[in-house]
Design a binder for this molecule. Sequence first.
Ligand code: AMP
Length: 283
Amino acid sequence: MRLIHDAQEMQSEVLALKKLGKRIAFVPTMGFLHEGHASLLREGRKLGDILVLSIFVNPTQFAANEDLGNYPRNLAGDMTLAEACGTDLLFAPTAADMYPAGFQTTVSLGSLTEPLCGASRPGHFNGVAVVVTKLFGIVQPDVALFGKKDFQQLAVIRQMTRDLNLPVEIIGMPIVREPDGLAMSSRNSYLSPVERQQALCLYQAIQKVRELFSQGESSVERLLAEARRQIESVPSAVIDYLELRDGTTLTPVGLAGKGTLFALAVKIGSTRLIDNTLLGDEP
Ligand code: AMP
């Protein structure tokens, strides 16, 4: 595996490989890798001749009051896991290289970025859209893999890729969970042992909603009330949002049905966690 910091060097490398007919698979991340990232890398390994991983904690997707400065980092550990998953090229640029003085381009989407995380994190998806556009320009992937853990992000990237005719196939990958159900996340490292237990309420809410839906409950109010009860059983949990929305357009639904997205964001202590499930789909 080669570690490349420089964007121009990265781009020249992939352009040379593409001239040789190589298919490029790409997994963009913010690092502090876990099994969720590894699942994307392993699938990417199968889909491309050359597997590229990027690690970049993108400042433009963090608001001033968010955890950019504290975001966990471990390049040495990440390199070991990346290599074990068959990564060929690891691109780890600096913020100064990605956003040099004078940078002024924005990429913003419409209604897809308004609800859910877009409502609680204004500007977040513009930051995601611009960095992913840049990374696609640098890495020139034929196929890029994203996790459904960040469901709205995946929807935004699919929409942006379609709208801008970017020649990249987007693959969405299932959420990887800890044995007790907590969705894996680099941010789980912020949780104290007590908070780690409390964080299970997100998965319990998901299980409850799935269970009631499978028994025929389709009332949005009743499903959300039960989900709320699960979260509120942990007194220190603060709900950011609990919502049922159309799994494609992210617009509100009158009744829950197959393909309805149940998504939630909950703060456990100072750590904001997100999770989701598509009703009537594989868990
Ligand atoms: P991040 O480093 O958190 O920005 O995540 C990089 C990529 O890994 C994104 O496409 C995420 O959706 C994906 N990812 C993160 N956690 C998980 C997980 N638990 N299961 C599947 N994919 C994940």
